[in-house]
Design a protein around this ligand. Sequence first.
Ligand SMILES: Nc1ncnc2c1ncn2[C@@H]1O[C@H](COP(=O)(O)O)[C@@H](O)[C@H]1OP(=O)(O)O
Ligand SMILES: [Mg+2]
Ligand SMILES: [Mg+2]
Ligand SMILES: [Mg+2]
Length: 309
Amino acid sequence: MAQTAPLIPRLVASSIAIANRAGEIIRNVMSKGDLGIVEKTGKNDLQTEADRSAQRCIITSLSKQFPSITIIGEEDEPSDSPVPSDWVVSEVDQDILRLECPDNLQQVSAEEVVVWVDPLDGTSEYTQGLLDHVTVLIGIAVGNRSVAGVIHQPYYNYQKENEPLGRTIWGIRGVGVGGFEPKAAPEGQRIITTTRSHSTPEVQATLDAMKPDNILRVGGAGHKVMLLIEGKAHAYVFASAGCKRWDTCAPEAILVALGGKLTDMHGKEYSYDKNTPFPNKGGVLATGKGENHEWYLEKVPEAIRKKLV
Ligand SMILES: Nc1ncnc2c1ncn2[C@@H]1O[C@H](COP(=O)(O)O)[C@@H](O)[C@H]1OP(=O)(O)O
Ligand SMILES: [Mg+2]
Ligand SMILES: [Mg+2]
Ligand SMILES: [Mg+2]
């Protein structure tokens, strides 16, 4: 069975198992207490031992199982030390291999695939102990389109006793989603989710122009798209540069598999081609199924939109 399934479901099946392992690594770093925080070159841009170790687990495992695909990870990896053998995952999620795959995904070759890896999304929140904002993101693109994604939440349920810790959700365009219960956001309200650690006057002015009933300021692109697909927010609005392709590839695929949309502030979809420059310079606007994406675009103040190129 595993050998006969097409490449995209096999990649998703492996990514689920790999993301689970990366989540354990993230929890282990936190429980040991030494986060090994490094400031990267950008403003308000941190990296921890958990980001580095989780990425080594994900990239080593994926490239071992799929040697011909292109993998692009957020973190630079200067480490020469060998990857511990128990970080190299060979398991796969068997249920995914049994899914029906649409025609357009049947014949994808490894050379067409680009996997965008954010080993730990919400690093700023992780260092501040806001653990439920943290996700592991593995996004799968074919050509320039994001077609499948896995979001793992290592700390899901962490404040509840007797509930399983962590969960992994997946989505494949044209196939469906799993690992959670999709829900529509409440009618008759406008709830917008946005950054809590990378706000700017432009981000705030754009939110003001949309006159939301409520604003949910939380960390991570993965976490914010989870709020959309679980019906907690109607739109994710970030009128600023700062996010990168690895932040949006996996969440976009899951959102789109459910009928939602993710674009820049001009309404343009991001390209996930391997040669694309990775900054999402046009900002992020994501809306759930049935939301009027155009309405949000029209509300973006023109002077702010013009700067986001
Ligand atoms: N100015 C920035 N510099 C670095 N990363 C950013 C910036 N803005 C956003 N990001 C990335 O996008 C994610 C979503 O942004 P926010 O939480 O501010 O809404 C962040 O968790 C971070 O990913 P990461 O934590 O993987 O570095
Ligand atoms: Mg980062
Ligand atoms: Mg990120
Ligand atoms: Mg990250």
